[in-house]
Every structure is written in C-alpha cells, then in structure tokens.
Design a protein around this ligand. Structure first.
Ligand SMILES: NC(=O)c1ccc[n+]([C@@H]2O[C@H](COP(=O)([O-])OP(=O)(O)OC[C@H]3O[C@@H](n4cnc5c(N)ncnc54)[C@H](OP(=O)(O)O)[C@@H]3O)[C@@H](O)[C@H]2O)c1
Length: 344
C-alpha cells in the first residue's frame, strides 16, 4: 500500500483547537460531517473522509442512518494501516438510529457500526433523536409513522442505560445526546449514571440556540453544532418557505469580503470561536480545506463576533416533522418551546 501522507497544503492536526470533555479527553474543535443527503453518494462521502484526513482532519461525524459507514470504514482502515494516523489520533462519532432504542438493540447497533467502521471502539456514540420512531429513509415531511411515539423519559432512560453499558464495556469512550431540549436534558442529567459528554444540536448564525448552548456549557456537556453553514444542500423535502439563508446574510457576507473567504467559512469560523464544535459537510477538497484552515487563521474581531451574535433569527431548519406522533400537531411540539416536555 502507498504511504499515505499529510498533504503539503494540509493543516497540522496539533494546531487545530481542541475541546476538553467531562472525562478530561480532548476532542478536535471541528469535524467533517458525513450525511450525503440526497445529493452525494457514499463513495463521494468516503473519498472526502480520506481527503479530509490527509489534510489534517481528525474528527469524523458518522451515523448508521447515513448508510455509508461501511465505506468510511474502508478508508479508516486504510489510513490507519498506512501509518498516517494512529487510531487514538482519530475522533470517530457514530449514532444510534431511532428504531434501535429497544432492549438489546443499542448493543446491536453499536457493534454493527463498529464492524462497518472497522474499529474496536468509538470515541463518541450519540442517541441520534430522543424519539423512538421508524420512518422510511427519504420520506416526505408530511408522512407520519403509525408507530411514532412521543418522548417518554422512562423509556429514554432505559435506552440510556444501554448506552452506559457500552461505555462501561469499553466499546465507546463517551456517550451523548442529539436533538435534545433543556427540559429533556435536565431529566437525563438527574437520572443518568454517566452524564452525556456532548449534545449534538443544530447551530448556525441564524439558529444559535443561546439558551440550550449555555445550558450545555454550564453542565459540562460539549455542544456539537450540526448544519453549521445552514445546510444549503439539505434535501428539498427539509426546506420550507420561511427558512432563511445564513450565507447570504449581509453581516456574514461583509466579514467574508474582509477576510477574502467564502461566507460558508465565516459560519465555521464563528462556530469554532464561539465554542461549539462544528461538523461542516462537503465533498469538495477546496471547501473542506478552507473549513479546516479557518480554525487556525486570524480570528474574527470582537465587533464581528458581536455582529454575528445579533443575526440570530431562531430559524430551525431541521424541524423533525416526521417525528410527530399525532395528526393535529406542529413541529414546535418536538422542541418543548414553552420550557416543558410536550405531553403525549
Ligand atoms: N445529529 C443530527 O441530527 C444531524 C442532523 C443534520 C446533520 N448532522 C451532521 O452535520 C453535518 C453537517 O450538516 P449539513 O451537511 O446538513 O450542513 P452544512 O455543513 O451546514 O452544509 C453543507 C453544505 O455547505 C456547503 N459548504 C461546505 N463548506 C463550504 C465552503 N467552504 N464553501 C462553500 N460552501 C460550503 C456545501 O454545499 P455545496 O455542495 O453546494 O458546495 C455543503 O454541501 C452532516 O453532514 C451530519 O454529519 C447531524
């Protein structure tokens, strides 16, 4: 096998900022997303993972539901065997899909991801959504599963216990949540034996989630920010008329002009500087390179950070409509906006 080396224009992984977790472990402050949406094949995504590792990325955000872990696994094996990286220099996240919350299923899902990714442990395993719900991949946002269930804390904790067992068995180094709210996390913190190390949540300049962000930080839960660029390539089925476009915001565009970078890169830079861990997706080398380079370049000024804090539009893009469990509901019911868990 050819020796796989860090690209000449890559970024020294030691220089990329790190975040310390509640175990004392360090996690790279940026990762590569791997959800190819409807637009990119698993092969394109796994090639991007290979290209990104060659450029200095050490954190890859995977999930069983993205359907490409078996291809990413081949790349991970190759880069480790070639000697470019050691396993312990990589941070690999995977996620438990919603139809695998039941008794015994969490272990099954984790071992399948490990087998596909060709690893013997994960750095982080997340419960992808707090709702146990099967819906067909790619289904329309209006489709409803007859099996859809609301958040029932007692059931979530049963799933969480299984997550804890994975950590105790050493199959995963950290466990965490995703798509949670403050009130759900409060209950999890009350009842968990092992507190979530991270919470993956939607975060971009037009959707900053300040309350949840601060809650996570105060409780030593590291926020990982998905859709950091406002997911311009998300599936059309996930778009609504009221959605706003982060990379067209005049504040973002002005900063991009000053730094001579793409507005997308401003979003990534802001995220790292604010303290969340963005996981931007791209299959294009120039894009994922700029996203990594900006983490070590000249910081945004205090005025720019202030201006970006001021453009929050509370515009959630991934609304989760397919998780609704009753006919007469709106997607806001999934997000406990009144500060209480929406009753069943
Ligand atoms: N936990 C969860 O429930 C959850 C939900 C959603 C996503 N995620 C994770 O978060 C990751 C990121 O989210 P996302 O993929 O939806 O959205 P995103 O990262 O906000 O947007 C990705 C798109 O931004 C554009 N882009 C990226 N870098 C760029 C650059 N430097 N210059 C110009 N354009 C750039 C690309 O579009 P073009 O192709 O047009 O250039 C790319 O397809 C996913 O891949 C997945 O790993 C997790």
């Amino acid at each position: 096998m050819d020796k796989f080396t860090l690209a000449a224009d890559g970024v020294d992984p030691d220089l990329v900022p790190k975040r310390v977790l509640n175990t004392g472990a360090e996690m790279p402050a940026i990762g590569l997303g791997t959800f190819g949406s409807d637009r990119f094949s698993g092969e394109q995504v796994s090639e991007a993972v290979k290209g990104a590792i060659a450029l200095g990325y050490r954190h890859i955000d995977c999930a069983s539901v993205y359907g490409n872990e078996h291809l990413i696994g081949r790349v991970l094996e190759e880069v480790i065997e070639s000697g470019l990286v050691k396993r312990d220099e990589l941070w690999i996240t995977s996620k438990l899909w919603n139809d695998m919350h039941g008794e015994g299923d969490v272990l099954l899902s984790c071992t399948k991801s490990l087998k596909d990714l060709r690893l013997d442990y994960l750095d982080l395993f997340l419960v992808h959504w707090p709702f146990p719900n099967y819906h067909a991949p790619g289904c329309d946002i209006d489709s409803r599963s007859p099996d859809a269930k609301p958040y029932i804390h007692e059931n979530f904790i049963k799933t969480w216990r299984q997550m804890e067992q994975l950590a105790e068995a050493g199959l995963v180094r950290h466990i965490g949540t995703s798509n949670m709210t403050v009130c759900k996390l409060n209950l999890v913190l009350r009842d968990a034996k092992i507190a979530p190390a991270c919470n993956e949540m939607e975060q971009h300049p037009h959707f900053q989630q300040p309350e949840l962000f601060e809650f996570c930080r105060e409780n030593n839960i590291r926020p990982i920010g998905f859709c950091p660029i406002g997911s311009p390539t998300r599936p059309d089925r996930d778009k609504t008329e009221t959605d706003t476009v982060d990379i067209e915001d005049p504040v973002v565009v002005k900063i991009a002009r000053r730094l001579n970078i793409h507005p997308a890169v401003v979003c990534v830079k802001w995220a790292v500087q604010r303290g969340q861990i963005p996981i931007p997706f791209s299959v294009y080398r120039n894009e994922y390179l700029s996203n990594l380079q900006c983490t070590v370049g000249e910081p945004l000024t205090d005025e720019e950070m202030k201006a970006l804090a001021g453009i929050d539009k509370n515009c959630r893009l991934i609304k989760g409509q397919v998780f609704l469990w009753k006919d007469d509901q709106s997607w806001e019911d999934l997000w406990d906006i009144d500060g209480e868990i929406t009753p069943p």
